[in-house]
Design a protein around this ligand. Structure first.
Ligand code: EPU
Length: 420
């Protein structure tokens, strides 16, 4: 297991290019199961989650080839189930359920468990599939879904915490091959849902309204192969923007889609960070004085839960009190205790973290617990005085392509070391 050794205190300066979005490419890979023809996907990030999803598709019978940032997948002959252990280990793999059911009329997928950020149920996925006519059974750790045919219908996908991103993806994919029209109400509006809809339409699907709370899918008889370029990762872009601001540097972030980052840019500006839009890039630098701001995570276009931990680091070094409320995942505060080791003063009160900002951070050995918490700890290490060792960074490699190389290019003193 690798760790990152960071010597803090150097402002990040220069230019960085954002990779393809993890949360867009995973459902797009699943969507290739809807056709026997070859699909080609460009701007694919080199991430362990992508490699893992590739293994899952192979276990179902697809051929998967990756060459640089281009992925070729052909699911000519597939079976309705994959490797139990592989599927169980990656939550994102639940989005193979819809495509398998639509194409083969049956699917057997291991039930994903909860994880450190929360319970992560899949009741809304199953409710939508049942509405399309599937019979669902949960048995011996599997979700077993069967349907002689899927029939278009109206469905409401709003849950306890609002819409579901992968649930919307699953149902949109299942509905492409259903008979008739499916109306998904309270659909997730995330850019990754739009990217998936664009890919499905390129495959011959008839989807409109993606990016709004009402998605209409008119079923077609079959889908064909397609070529697609994945959108840049808005969470990676936000992470670099916050790292630039936190270290007092200035970074031009190429490929950052400002139109996908409204809520983040708005909060950064409110906090006194200068963010300029320069064509297909944003330039970020810390203003003369940072101000504390309150943040509540919400479904898109609200402030993303995937950027909450990183923003907490910025607030921890900003004088004043900031209240950060997590409304999407109930226990997404694993970074708080590790940030405390570096000297941050943060108290938890129900779904909120109360950050008493402005304390100086100083380096220490800390432990990464999940993907975005890990990114936050790296930013904290870049700011902290002295040396920080971030352990268990395999979480980081799930979702950030070459993060240490990219940070080094911006002047960070960061090394990957083997854990002792
Ligand atoms: N929920 C239900 N029932 C369901 C599904 C979800 O109650 O059937 C609840 C969840 O428990 C949560 C909320 O709805 O409280 C939203 O969950 P959602 O289904 O939208 O999350 P997801 O689709 O499983 C994706 C991303 C996450 C990201 C969330 C929210 C992928 C692979 N994962 O998860 O990304 O945080 O949407 O935006 O796309 C990450 O990249 O670090 C990450 C965790």
């Amino acid at each position: 297991m690798d760790s990152l050794l960071i010597k803090g205190g150097t402002p990040l300066c220069g230019e960085v290019t954002i990779s393809g979005a993890k949360n867009a490419v995973l459902p797009i890979m699943a969507a290739t199961l809807l056709t026997a023809e070859k699909c080609i996907i460009h701007r694919v990030p080199d991430l362990s989650d992508v490699a893992f999803m590739g293994e899952i598709l192979k276990s179902i019978g697809a051929t998967v080839k990756i060459d640089g940032g281009t992925l070729e997948i052909q699911a000519a002959k597939i079976k309705g189930y994959g490797d139990y252990e592989l599927i169980r280990k990656m939550r994102g793999s639940i989005c193979i359920l819809g495509p398998l059911l639509a194409r083969l009329h049956k699917a057997k997928v291991s039930l994903p468990g909860g994880c450190v950020i929360g319970m992560r149920p899949i009741d809304l996925h199953l409710k939508g599939l049942e509405a399309l006519g599937a019979k669902i059974q949960i048995s011996e750790g599997y979700v077993i879904a069967q349907a002689k045919r899927l029939t278009g219908t109206d469905m409401f996908l709003g849950g306890r915490a609002g819409p579901t991103v992968l649930g919307t993806a699953n149902l949109m994919m299942a509905a492409t091959l259903a008979e008739g029209v499916t109306l998904i109400e309270s659909a997730a509006c995330e850019p990754e849902v739009v990217d998936l809809a664009n890919f499905l339409n390129a495959m011959g699907a008839k989807i409109s309204g993606a990016g709004s709370p009402t998605i209409t899918v008119t079923g077609v008889k079959e889908l064909h192969g397609a070529e697609h370029e994945v959108i840049p990762d808005r969470v990676e872009a936000a992470t670099f923007a916050i790292a630039a601001a936190a270290t007092g540097g200035e970074v031009q972030i190429h490929g950052a889609r400002a139109d996908h980052l409204h809520a983040v840019i708005d909060k950064l500006r409110e906090a006194g960070v200068k963010v300029e839009r320069t064509g297909p890039a944003i330039k970020v630098r810390r203003g003369s004085r940072l101000k504390s701001v309150d943040i509540t995570t919400l479904p898109y276009a609200g402030f993303p839960t995937d950027v909450q931990a990183q923003m907490m680091v910025l607030m921890a070094i900003t004088p004043g009190i900031s209240i950060i409320t997590e409304r999407i995942f109930e226990s997404r505060f694993m970074h708080v205790s590790e940030l405390a080791r570096l000297g941050a003063e943060i108290a938890l009160e129900g779904p909120s973290a109360i950050v008493k900002g402005g304390r100086p951070l100083s380096g220490a050995p800390i432990m990464a617990s999940d993907l975005r918490a890990s990114a936050a700890l790296v930013i904290a290490g870049l700011v902290a005085k002295g040396q920080t060792l971030v352990k268990r960074i395999y979480h980081l490699d799930r979702g950030y392509e070459n993060i240490d190389a990219k940070l080094k290019q911006l002047g960070a003193r960061i090394e990957r070391v083997a854990e002792t």
